[in-house]
Design a protein around this ligand. Sequence first.
Ligand code: GP9
Ligand code: MN
Length: 629
Amino acid sequence: MRNVKWPKISLLAIPTLFLWLKTYIAYKTSFSIPIDNVTQEIILFINPLSFLLIVFGLSMFLKEKNQGRFIFITYSLLSVILYANVVYYREFHDFITLPLLFQTDNLGDLGGSIVTLIHPLDFLYFVDVVILALIMWYKPNFITRPFYSKRVRRAYFLVAFAIAFFNLGLAEAERPQLLTRTFDREILVKNIGTYNYHLYDIFLQSKTSAQRALADGSELADIENYVRANYKEPNPELFGAAKGKNVIVISMESTQSFVMGEKINGEEVTPFLNDFIKDSFYFENFYSQVGQGKTSDSEFLVDNSLYPLSRGAVFFTHSGNEYEAMPEILNENGYFTASLHANNSSFWNRDVMYQSLGYKRFYDVEDYEVPEDETTEWGLLDIPFFEQSIDHLKDMPQPFYAKFITLTNHYPFEIAEEYKWIDEYDSNSGTLNRYFPTVRYTDEAIKQFIEQLKAEGIYEDSIIIIYGDHYGISQNHNKAMSQLLGEEITPYVHTQLQRVPLIIHIPGMEGKTMETVGGQIDLKPTLLHLLGISTKGNIDFGSDLFALDRLDYALQRDGSFVTKDYLYAENVCYSKNTEEPVDISKCQPYIDMTAKELDYSDKIIYGDLLRFYGENASKEQTDKRSNEQ
Ligand code: GP9
Ligand code: MN
């Protein structure tokens, strides 16, 4: 035995092979990346390789004693990045972007939720790091540290780059315009690999930072024309229907439309809302349009009628921008504006962003009593939250615009037994099972709140708007969802699941179920028109949901969209009638329109263009423009 000759293997090959394999295993076990054909599988398999060859190859330029250290540190770092993506993906079905990493304020508060995302077997993700450390420490015989001549190094990198180009070529053939259409991170990762994706993300970050510095407002002309062309006159019957009324907005955490009217073991999930919609306008085809910024993105959409960003949360990345937000407009129209949310004021950077949006007052966790037995891990339960908020409401000068953000129905949807008024669902997903009792709890909280508003005499003087902020059940629970819905979760169904309830209650007006297709982007002009405030000349990407000549349309941040007759998702155009694919030409005009809308909205945010618009254009900037003319 002693004479057996083991094949020698270079120190450089080990980390490359290990991490290549680990990344591919992660793709297959921890991410659900859809693969349609063999080429896609080949791309997925080879995509980590070129990056790893290049990165570990850099060690060849180091002195021998530093090579091992460099390899080990790089290896550990990449392992942590991979694992962080695995954990993030479990909840968000998405990959980490650079701006997210700067949202560390939120991470502290998220503690509990993160712990539930870490699984016991996750240590397996680091077993290879230990093995690598042992190999480096004990330097077994089969490891060689060859001397890398200039020629060897040149050949090595030539091969590495050739593999990179081969990968990119295959990907580009599979998915044209891969890098210019980066709405969908899953497609990016699938084609260029996690590590190259992060490099690309860094490139995007530096590009967006430069965009503000270079912007001078000249880009606004096209955008203004576009927005003006899409402006819709308000419905004369409803314009000013709630003039001078208080505005009560309730953002329902993680509440999707599929819970409305749904029963678990014969019990309604939302008994109160099911009733309340009978005296309200209820929009069945209203879509959440958020990106990675979740609740904060929904607030951004509603207050600005601009789209949130494709990466990160605009509440963090662009809180210093100039906006023409709803609170600001309402302040000018004699309203007192406030947001009420029993969480830390810094969560989602709200304390900073709310100032830019014009909120006069933010009632945060400091304004509430939070007894231990009335909390979930996310903080104060919704019933005491609303109960205590009534006192705040009574203190506000009228008319007010008050936004309430609920919290109890938040992942992981855990709540004390005594508040579980309906049974859990029964499926393979604990998340979906627990979801229904917490939705039911929030329904009860809103019911009690409305009763209190009536008792305080506020109800009759207020218009009440209730909407869901975003999905609560991610794609990771598709199997359980399809059990619930009794159908497969195709891209069509997935897009339809982005519907959230929208309820608009106007005192003295009868209820009506509305089929209008719209999204959170449309709330600002809708509400302002109900209050009798004109929106002509505003840079709003949405339009009044009640407008008579409205275009039925709602897009998603990943480039998919829904119209009256069609739905477009993952490059397929579906007929809404049959839910079957139809010729892409049916969707083409809207594909182009969607790209344009997102591009224009992004330009405004990245370039901070509203500082050049209307009254915001300060003298200095006006001078800057006139000097250039
Ligand atoms: C946090 C709450 C939840 O304050 O709004 O945020 P989410 O995690 O849903 O974006
Ligand atoms: Mn939320």
